[in-house]
Write a protein that binds this ligand. Structure first.
Ligand code: SAM
Ligand code: SF4
Ligand code: SF4
Length: 347
């Protein structure tokens, strides 16, 4: 691991005020979604009259690809495509194919609700995608339907996962756990995906945006989830794959089958956070809990040259002091501030 850290440092072009390099870029390709998960886009706030971005407000593929090149010049090596629901963006595999050709990008992944995955898995793989994360919060149709706010059933998502596996994509499953909502799904999810051979990651419910009515007592701490699973299926901890990995990794004792826990609330990982986020309309955010982005779309459309845009990005990153999750519980001012919604900048 030592060698890898040193190697990474060698490529770094820009550091923030807490000595964190710019390494990852999450790109939201749409703010639209066919689900209305209560913790992200509750139906009563994002109903039929909600005004999503117009097509010309979204970054075009050409603009995204240009930005990927510029971010790559500044040290970004990993890209995650997200949304909204990214598979709603027409021709997404074409975008992936282009990003895949950017030399210093060594990893592209996609986060999806899985509803359209069965249709697109093959094309995504052909376009060069290697990894996919599917969000799934329950295996119970009724609970899942309530959680996704649209009565969408589990079957098509599981089919999408099977199709992605058949296509040769590496798969992770993300489950957001909420106290009193889907705790009873932890063990069925762990059992099902252990059997299938896919990594499930249990995520602590977060206070992203201002719409999801978050309270600390809605969070199920990862420690409790580890203990619950360990009682039935003994676990042992694993070393992180790299510095700054967000999930704590475990494996089922006596096997190589992995499972992960993302403790964004109880064990914040801001000190190693190297992620920048680009919203669907081209604003740059340096934290999931940011209130204001920096508009890059106007720079692109006003003809600012590559060096000018890179200079802008570097300035933003160099001033970055974000550590929201680390101060969440001690700073109530931070807790109540206006924040960008999750579907704008992706997870
Ligand atoms: N629509 C895609 C999906 O659901 O996978 C991509 C975008 S979604 C905003 C990205 C991830 O954020 C999903 O895994 C979702 O479960 C997670 N997420 C959304 N709101 C959350 C919250 N309040 N706390 C924790 N995770 C959340
Ligand atoms: Fe849509 Fe994903 Fe948000 Fe659910 S979490 S509403 S699927 S963007
Ligand atoms: Fe990174 Fe902000 Fe999350 Fe901390 S709270 S890990 S700085 S995105």
């Amino acid at each position: 691991m030592e060698t890898r850290v040193i190697l990474h440092m060698a490529y770094t072009k820009v550091w923030d005020r807490l000595s964190r390099p710019l390494r990852d870029l999450r790109i939201s390709v749409t703010d639209k979604c066919n689900f209305r998960c209560r913790y992200c886009m509750p139906e009563e706030l994002f109903g039929t009259d909600y005004k999503f971005l117009d097509r010309n407000q979204l970054l075009s593929f050409q603009e995204i690809i240009r930005l990927v090149h510029l971010f790559a010049d500044l040290g970004v090596e990993k890209i995650r495509i997200t949304g909204g629901e990214p598979l709603l963006r027409p021709n997404l595999p074409q975008l992936i194919q282009h990003i895949n050709q950017v030399q210093s990008i060594r990893d592209i992944s996609l986060t999806t609700n899985g509803s359209l995955l069965a249709k697109y898995a093959g094309e995504l793989k052909e376009a060069g995608l290697k990894r996919i994360t599917v969000s799934l919060d329950s295996l119970d149709d009724e609970r899942f339907g309530q959680m996704n706010g649209k009565g969408f059933r589990v079957g098509p998502v599981l089919q999408g996962i099977d199709e992605a596996a058949r296509a040769g994509l590496q798969i992770k499953i993300n489950m957001v756990v909420q106290n009193g909502i889907n705790e009873q799904d932890i063990l069925p999810m762990a059992r099902y995906f252990r059997e299938k051979g896919h990594i499930v990651r249990f995520i602590e419910f977060m206070d992203v945006g201002n719409s999801n009515g978050w309270r600390l007592n809605h969070v199920v701490p990862s420690k409790k989830i580890v203990e619950l699973i360990h009682r039935e299926m003994p676990l042992e901890p694993l070393e992180p794959n790299y510095v700054g990995e967000v999930a704590s990794r475990y494996r089922y004792l006596g096997s190589n089958q992995e499972i992960g826990f993302i403790s964004s609330v109880t064990q914040a990982f801001c000190s190693t956070c190297t992620r920048a986020r680009l919203s669907a309309e081209g604003s740059l955010y340096t934290c999931l809990f940011g209130a204001h982005g920096t508009d890059l779309r106007t720079l692109l459309r006003e003809g600012v040259d590559d060096d000018g845009i890179k200079e802008h990005i570097m300035t933003v990153w160099k001033h970055r002091v974000d550590r929201y999750s680390e101060v969440r519980l001690s700073n109530t001012l931070e807790l109540n501030k206006k924040k960008v919604e999750m579907f704008h900048i992706g997870g």
